[in-house]
Design a binder for this molecule. Structure first.
Ligand code: ADE
Length: 256
């Protein structure tokens, strides 16, 4: 199995607790670790690595998609896990440190108003874990974009979406879902909340304050997912394109 993390701080608690060892990388900026999980199954962890000029983590969709594609091709996993942090919505009752499991994956910043391309831009990948899978965590629509902040129009759309769905916002999962869907490899996305998109504080301050706390929640949730994977539940994860959700989001963007 292959675990993908965008930020080193998100991955470190897991790497340390399992005593994973750093390996030679399959693609220079990414970091690769391997070892065994709590029950002795082999696993590989990749992080997006550090930008050599700015010395910060290679976050966002470009590195996430390349990491997923390179990782799938190189390590041939039977399942991919994307673990990371995300912004939650007070409107959905999200709390800092709460963990969500993604079941639908969309982009909120890819608007291409040409017939056919507009739906493609939203994505709409569905990976449905069975009901028993980590049942203590809520299932959510994960919406991905390349910015930590959000435009007024994106906020309006996501706030409307959050009235009918549990939504979390982050910067990698849909790009990874797109690669997993193309490769027909099941995906489990686990996201711990660092900030509230519709809260009073600005996301970057709240994110920095809660990154460590959320990364520890994440490690517990990944441990839970690994137990379920070794129980065989991963074979029941179904993959599809969710046109219906894509249409809901396009309709919200069309409203002014
Ligand atoms: N990661 C953590 N919080 C986020 C937010 N509000 N938006 C995008 N990515 C995030």
């Amino acid at each position: 199995m292959l675990l993908l993390y965008a930020m080193q701080a998100e991955a470190d608690p897991f790497i340390e607790v399992l005593g994973l060892e750093r390996r030679e990388s399959c693609w220079h900026p990414f970091r690769v670790y391997s070892g065994r999980d709590y029950e002795g199954h082999e696993l590989t962890v990749m992080t997006s690595g550090i930008d050599e000029f700015y010395s910060v983590d290679n976050v966002a969709t470009q590195n996430a998609a390349v990491m997923a594609a390179m990782g799938i091709k190189t390590y041939q996993p039977h399942v991919v896990i994307n673990a990371g942090t995300a912004g939650g919505f007070k409107a959905c009752g999200a709390k800092i440190g709460e963990v969500f499991i993604g079941n639908n994956f969309v982009y909120h910043d890819r608007r291409i108003p040409i017939p056919g391309f507009s739906s493609f831009g939203i994505g709409g990948f569905q990976f449905s874990p069975p009901a028993e899978f980590c049942s203590e965590f809520r299932k959510a629509v994960i919406t991905t974009g390349n910015s930590l902040d959000i435009t007024a129009n994106e906020r309006r759309v996501l706030m409307e979406l959050a009235k009918g769905y549990v939504v979390v916002k982050e910067m990698e999962a849909t790009a990874i879902a797109e690669m997993c869907f193309q490769a027909r490899v099941p995906l489990i996305a686990i996201k711990a909340i660092t900030d509230l998109v519709d809260g009073e504080r600005c996301s970057q301050d709240e994110f920095m304050q809660n990154l460590q706390l959320a990364s520890h929640s994440l490690q517990g949730a990944v441990a839970c997912a690994l137990r379920h994977i070794s129980n065989g539940l991963v074979r029941q994860i179904t993959q599809a394109r969710n046109h219906w959700l894509v249409d809901v989001i396009l309709a919200l963007f069309a409203e002014k």
